[in-house]
Design a protein around this ligand. Structure first.
Ligand SMILES: [Zn+2]
Length: 283
């Protein structure tokens, strides 16, 4: 029972004489407080009550980072769809169709070019709503394209994973994206350009085991779950209780796995500072 849904909403309905849309209020997934949707959006989807960083659509990520919210999208390269003709409870081709319809995106990443603190930059943002941000051939090809674009424009590459890992419907082909993306980001490093990661909730599986943990600078959002296998699987395997806060951004920072935990509203400022330091003209 909740006083907003059970008490306030009926009162509002009576007052305005029509149905109040359900999406007017959001519930924090951590503290369960009801928050007015517009307030939440204004606060970049961070709960004002408990500081919980909720998952953010990839488009909103791009808006938060680029100067004047201006950027150009770089299309993800075309790849063979459903190469294994995979079917579980549903056909993979149908799952793809549904995900495309739901997110209006081709696959689980958005690639964009724009300026961050005046510096031309390439950003890759994962869309978790697209099949859990899973990495298949299209995501791998997209990361390769983004890395090449960064090298071509002598621009830093910033990648923001939000992903459950490899896309199981593409079997071995999705696992092959791990070395492929690793080589892609190495090309950026070899060109002397910064490769920065912003790890968001969740960064797990094959994504954390490849490009996501290779940033020259690894930033993470507070409370983000970052790890390879799930905590329950690990606990069952080692038969040992796991420490508190295991696989959170803060735990990884304490153990030297990432460089900084930065609240969402401060990430842009931090990024501008890092890019200007790393892109200083070299003599
Ligand atoms: Zn909250």
């Amino acid at each position: 029972m909740n006083w907003i849904t059970d008490f306030v909403r009926p009162k509002l309905r009576a007052l305005v004489g029509k149905d109040v849309p359900d999406n007017l209020w959001d519930k924090c997934s951590k503290c369960e407080q009801m928050i007015f949707h517009r307030d939440l959006a204004e606060n970049s989807f961070v709960c004002r009550h408990c500081g919980n960083h909720m998952r953010l659509e990839a488009k909103k990520r791009l808006e938060l980072l680029f100067d004047e919210q201006e950027y150009t999208r770089i299309p993800t390269p075309k790849v063979t769809l459903d190469p294994l003709k995979f079917k579980d409870l549903k056909k993979y081709s149908d799952r793809l169709k549904d995900a495309r319809h739901k997110t209006e995106e081709e696959d689980a990443i958005l690639i964009a070019m724009g300026r961050i603190g005046g510096q031309k930059s390439i950003v890759v943002a994962f869309e978790f709503n697209f099949m859990g941000g899973s990495m298949g051939t299209a995501v791998g090809a997209g990361l390769v394209a983004a890395a090449k674009t960064a090298v071509k424009h002598k621009a830093p590459l910033i990648v923001i994973p939000s992903s459950g890992g490899a896309r199981m419907q593409e079997g071995i082909l999705s696992l092959m994206q791990m070395p492929r993306t690793t080589i892609a980001v190495r090309q950026v490093k070899e060109a002397g350009l910064p490769y920065i990661t912003i790890l968001t909730d969740p960064t797990t599986g094959g994504v954390s085991a490849s490009f996501a943990m290779l940033g020259d600078i690894a930033i993470a959002e507070p409370g983000a779950m970052i790890g390879f296998a799930g905590a329950r699987v690990i606990q069952q395997t080692i038969r040992h209780a796991l420490p508190e806060g295991f696989q959170t951004a803060e735990y990884l920072l304490e153990h030297g796995m990432i460089d900084m935990v930065v609240p969402r509203q401060q990430i842009k400022g931090r990024l501008v500072a890092l890019i200007s330091l790393l892109m200083k003209p070299r003599v």
